[in-house]
Design a protein. Structure first.
Length: 211
């Protein structure tokens, strides 16, 4: 009987997505503790703790989480500012969806990411969401690059390329430069965008507006 098989099933590959997701959860817990008197930050911190966990581990943000943040955002805004707060919450929701609808239609992210930004917009309003979106774009670009380099095995690919060039010089066979085709799934290059949104939100809370 092969005793190594169960150990192979238990082995989990640690990726940059796991590390950044854990960082987002830790930051969420920090803001939850240090800003416990601000209901808006408390709601967002609870949400990001759960959303970043599920998005990192299962590549999915549950609709229930997005719905809870949406309802919390509308309720808090309405209780605080009345009708104006309600309208601003709806405007934030619309802006959040509008900002990510094109990347979603192009296949760059999942529907849960679009709903997440929309729900956050309902919580913080359109102006603050626009600031968060700028930060999120910066973090998203960095995380996408990190994820791409990890998924494509940048160091390994460089080593193979250098080896091919050396073989070409020695054997003088141009076919050695043709890279081997690698299998790729539809979502193979997707990374947890909830982490980028969380980093964007907390950066705005810490550093303030950029526009």
């Amino acid at each position: 009987m092969n005793e190594a098989a169960p150990l192979e099933r238990l082995r989990v590959e640690i990726t940059p997505s796991h590390i950044t997701g854990l960082m987002a959860v830790v930051i969420s817990a920090y803001f939850l503790i240090t800003h416990s008197n601000d209901l808006s930050i408390v709601a967002a911190s609870i949400y990001f703790t759960l959303a970043c966990t599920t998005d990192t581990l299962k590549s999915k943000i549950p609709n229930l989480l997005n719905a809870c943040l949406l309802l919390a955002g509308i309720a808090l805004s309405t209780l605080t500012l009345g009708l104006h707060g309600f309208l601003m919450s709806l405007a934030g929701l619309a802006l959040g969806i509008g900002l990510l609808i094109l990347p979603y239609l192009m296949g760059g992210m999942g529907a849960g990411d679009v709903k997440a930004l929309g729900a956050l917009g309902a919580l913080i309003g359109p102006y603050d969401l626009l600031q968060v979106f700028v930060y999120t774009g910066l973090y998203g670009g960095g995380l996408a690059l990190l994820h791409y380099l990890f998924k494509t095995g940048f160091k390994n690919a460089f080593h193979k390329g250098w080896l091919s060039i050396r073989l070409l010089v020695l054997a003088r066979d141009a076919h050695l430069l043709v890279p081997a085709k690698e299998s790729s799934g539809k979502n193979s290059m997707r990374f947890p965008y909830a982490t980028a949104i969380a980093f964007g939100y907390y950066s705005f809370q810490y550093w303030g507006a950029v526009l």
